[in-house]
Design a binder for this molecule. Sequence first.
Ligand SMILES: Nc1nc2c(ncn2[C@@H]2O[C@H](COP(=O)(O)OP(=O)(O)O)[C@@H](O)[C@H]2O)c(=O)[nH]1
Ligand SMILES: [Mg+2]
Length: 682
Amino acid sequence: MAQNGTRAAGPRCIALVGPFQSGKTTLLEAILARTGAIQRQGTIDGGNTVGDASKEARHHQMSVEISVATASFKGDNYTFVDSPGSVEFIHDMRAALPAVDAAVVVCELDEKKVPQLQLILRELEDQKIPRFLFLNKIDKADATIHEVLRVLQPASRSKLLLRQIPTFSGDIVSGFVDLALERAFVYKEHAPSQVIPLEGDALDAEKTARFSMLETLADHDDELMEQLLEDVQPPRDKVFDDLAKELRDGLVCPVLLGSATRTNGVLRLMKALRHEAPGVAETAKRLGVKPGGSVAYVLKTINSSHGGKMSVARVLSGKIGDGVHLATPEGDAGRVAAVFKLMGQQSEKRGPAEAGDTVAFGKLDHAKTGDTLSDGQQAHPPVAKVVPNAPVLSVAVAAKERKDDVKLGQALTKLLEEDPSITVVHNAEAHEVVLWGQGEMQLRVATERLSDRFGIATASHKPTVGYRETIKKGIVQRGRHKKQSGGHGQYGDVVLDIKPLPRGGGFAFNEEIKGGVVPRNYIPSVEEGVIDALKHGPLGFPVVDVAAKLIDGSYHTVDSSDMAFQLAGRLAVHEGLPQCQPVLLEPIYQVEIVCPSEATAKMNALMSGRRGQILGFDTRAGWDGWDVVRVQMPESEIGDLIVEVRSATAGVGSFTFKFDHMAELVGRTADQIVAARKAQAA
Ligand SMILES: Nc1nc2c(ncn2[C@@H]2O[C@H](COP(=O)(O)OP(=O)(O)O)[C@@H](O)[C@H]2O)c(=O)[nH]1
Ligand SMILES: [Mg+2]
């Protein structure tokens, strides 16, 4: 294992994460250009970046999944995982994080984006990933640049540490001073920064800023603290050692400056990664990888329309090449058909992958995102378990053409393999396939993939809400089925005592037949008829919370049959229920919303507009500045709730929900629901 402060060995894997639109994909492009992995630096507007090369990402001009690209810098390989910033696609980032040695959190100095930054830093803190902040768009910086720590610190649980301070030419940031190196640089567009003498005001500013950087480091280093108190200049190597150690231990989060579009600050970032980020040995230790055998972690699964299946994986120990059989803790993963180096959408065959390498394995039929692969006698236990966030939005999808029904099922299985934060629910009652996911864009992209990659045109609509109906009063109702048309007649005659049951009572059937007026063997048929009739009540919905008691009837020795008594039972229910004050029941859910405290009041207003009943407010445990709001709310109102919750919380609010009870619904809303059902049935 690498000692603190000395360079870690082997290929690295680095995540680029951060809020939406902060410049991650552009930074990846800048890194690839600066390290010579690509000839020309593409741009987002130009639609020619290595990241975001999928049809869906280009179309929406945003990252909708991670992109992976490998570059070489000073003899070492670095694989970068460019992650989407949108919360809807956050699972792609979360599932990739176990594989990385460190993360570069790309951010802007924008107070409005701090909650998003906090959400992402939280993921890194929870997974114990060492992290740098890269304060991007420095070319657009204004006076607030001096407030970096005030603005950004609330987002981070670990101490932010300014590694660099900007220098100005007029109002424009023209360069920076590196506080660890104690050197001044001026930015050059698309070229390495140039060293200039550190003197005058810049030197004074450097002294003050360096002192606060050292103070932050000294919080976790008594020797350094003593040196500072005694006014002794600590040796430069000691400062670098401390920077590396405290970064790796997650005690500090160093802040670097730059501009991805101009390729400024990129070289310093690469150097910081080279000297300070941990390597695969430490990452394997973090994940509890056991010695012996080869182990890899699948950070992404890609099913392309032409290339077949690829499992993007980081090798954590050992060596994995063509032909190797791999297993997951659940069973066989398959045989590696080929090993690829990745450059966005492009892949290139390469030799065996060794510890530290991030590659794509071809044709591991049974591997999925998040799997731990190993080649030993016994499968290695999972090195990480990333549980997707609970879904918040749903849409029903159907193939436009019947012939695609089977293909749709297969394609959905593949989509879920790639993105476990989507789930599929089959609603047998409504004959619907319902996709559940993290937001509108994610579900839209999922349906786009169904057509782009699998050639299935789909139509989508709002999923059916699970309404029911019940009755408010009882009735004694006769049902007589009698037919005398030609030959054999049909005869069944029953009297049912129909009564409401308490809420949640379901359905009950019993009988009180005396003197064999309805022969025993026909009674189950009566019950079947009743059950059948309850599938569609007078309002058009399944009827629940009713009891039916068979109390009387008559039969005919020749004409009676199971069928005739079934029909008689049905008839009694059909004729009786409309007179029992039928009433609509709607599902009510318990919803728990989490949001930054300043949005809590807005949630209140939002709930009253959606027939929500607030049950209580609380502070969110372990989340400074966040609240939990508990509400009861009808299922129909939860449908697109996430859209409004996000727009009231700069995208970071969310909720979970579970079924609570069925409640009576009367009045205009109920009338509309019943009318819509009738229209649909007609
Ligand atoms: N001025 C300026 N714009 C940038 C910089 N980096 C990225 N952008 C722009 O910010 C937008 C979002 O960039 P992108 O890389 O897609 O952000 P991502 O969502 O974090 O991947 C694009 O229009 C970029 O051109 C930068 O350093 N300076
Ligand atoms: Mg991006």
